[in-house]
Write a protein that binds this ligand. Structure first.
Ligand code: CAA
Length: 380
């Protein structure tokens, strides 16, 4: 067991921190307020090679390991999780899914621009009646010979309005249940594809979350990912890795809150001394730091397992479950430490607290992570 980061990993962490503190921080409060997608900033993120971090350079990616991805996600999420969710979906759901399961033609056509960050991807599984119960797909993909015809609605799709390439899960054969589900690559300009309403959200407000509507969208057969009926397993396998990204996002939110609360506790005085000199505050900081370190270790363990090609389902579920709870707890305490200042926008912590909540919901709720963890335990 080696807890040291390599020089390359340290450099990635430093570059991500520098980008977050200098490029993202100045506009983060305003983008949140206006629900404004960080288009220019995400272009710069792509120039750093962070939109296809783990993708093989032969497909336009940076060829980094998952540990580096976790380090970058943590630093960027300390400042702006609206940006890091865009990065996470593009990296670990869209690019990884295509690289692992796509055909060579699909990789050349779609993965290359996605990994370079020239185009943004979205992952479309959730529906009005299929969130946690993901096998209950109502979107249909009827086989018409050389193409499929897609009809239905997808909800809460990250990057919904800014993406050009969408991985869409749909039911081809209802009789076969989850074995009749397929995954497709849909292009934004295909006829019948409509980007619907943008969600007005509590947190990650500058991320671009939309409803998507499919009205008789003709998708060529070569855009199906994997064998007929592979779609549900494709979604599950891809989400296993995606959950490491969201766990790292939650870790970053918590660690960002701790950095702010620690700095504030050294500046703010009450009852004649800096507030960190009151045990009520220093013990809060100690609890936050310990839970954050535990979250970090769970994230890095899941990432290391992925890099070693080992099973990650349970490790990624544990990392996401624990880190997302830590994000809620640590941000709530950070607001408390800031007192009245914590409740106003300028101090960033209220935004971190609002952003933390989604990490317990998307890419599998905390309850779903417990289903995955307990099923694994009981199967042993
Ligand atoms: N890898 C491979 N196959 C898997 C798998 C995995 N991790 N998990 C399940 N499967 C397979 C099962 O083996 C089974 O196949 P067989 O019948 O051939 O054995 C099939 O999938 C169905 O599995 P279950 O019977 O376990 O299905 P279930 O209905 O009980 O559901 C679940 C399992 C874990 C609860 C799943 O539905 C789930 O993960 N739900 C949460 C969905 C989710 O995470 N949504 C997030 C949306 S995406 C998002 O948020 C992105 C974003 O924009 C930020």
């Amino acid at each position: 067991m080696d807890f040291q980061l390599t020089e390359e990993q340290q450099a990635v962490k430093a570059a991500a921190r520098d980008f977050a503190q200098n490029v993202l921080k100045p506009g983060a409060i305003e983008r949140d307020e206006k629900q404004e997608f960080a288009k220019e900033e995400i272009k710069q993120l792509a120039e750093l090679g962070f939109m296809g971090m783990m993708t093989d350079p032969k497909y336009g990616g940076s060829g980094m390991d998952t540990v580096s991805y976790v380090l970058a996600m943590e630093e960027i999420s300390k400042i702006d999780s609206s940006v890091s969710v865009c990065m996470s979906v593009n990296n670990s759901l869209v690019c990884w899914g295509l690289e692992k399961f796509g055909t060579e033609e699909q990789k050349q056509k779609y993965l290359v621009p996605l990994a370079k960050g020239e185009k943004i991807g979205a992952f479309c599984l959730s529906e009005p009646e299929a969130g946690s119960d993901a096998t209950s797909q109502r979107t249909t993909a009827i086989d018409e010979g050389d193409h499929y015809v897609l009809n239905g609605t997808k909800n809460w799709i990250t990057n919904g309005g800014s993406a050009s390439i969408y991985l869409v899960i749909a039911q081809t054969d209802v009789e076969k249940g989850h074995k009749g589900i397929n995954a497709f690559i849909v292009e934004r300009d295909m006829d019948g594809f409509v980007v619907g309403a943008k969600e007005n959200k509590m947190g990650i407000r500058s991320s671009d979350t939309h409803t998507l509507i499919f009205n008789d969208v003709k998708v060529p057969k070569e855009n199906r990912i994997g064998e007929d009926g592979f779609g549900f397993k494709f979604a599950m396998k891809t989400l296993e890795g995606g959950r490491i990204g969201i766990a790292a996002q939650a870790l970053g939110i918590a660690a960002g809150a701790l950095e702010l609360a620690t700095a504030y506790s050294k500046e703010r005085k009450a009852f004649g001394k800096e507030i960190h000199k009151h045990q009520a505050i220093s013990f809060k900081l100690a609890d936050m730091a310990t839970e954050i370190e535990a979250s970090r270790l769970l994230c890095l363990k899941a990432a290391s397992l992925k890099d070693e090609g080992k099973p990650i389902g349970h490790a990624s579920a544990m990392a996401k479950l624990y880190a997302s709870k830590t994000a809620m707890d640590a941000t709530t305490e950070a607001v408390q430490i800031h007192g009245g200042y914590g409740f106003v926008k300028e101090y960033h912590v209220e935004r971190l607290m609002r952003d933390a909540k989604i990490t317990q919901i998307y890419e599998g709720t905390s309850e779903i992570q417990k289903v995955v963890i307990s099923r694994g335990l009981l199967a042993e």
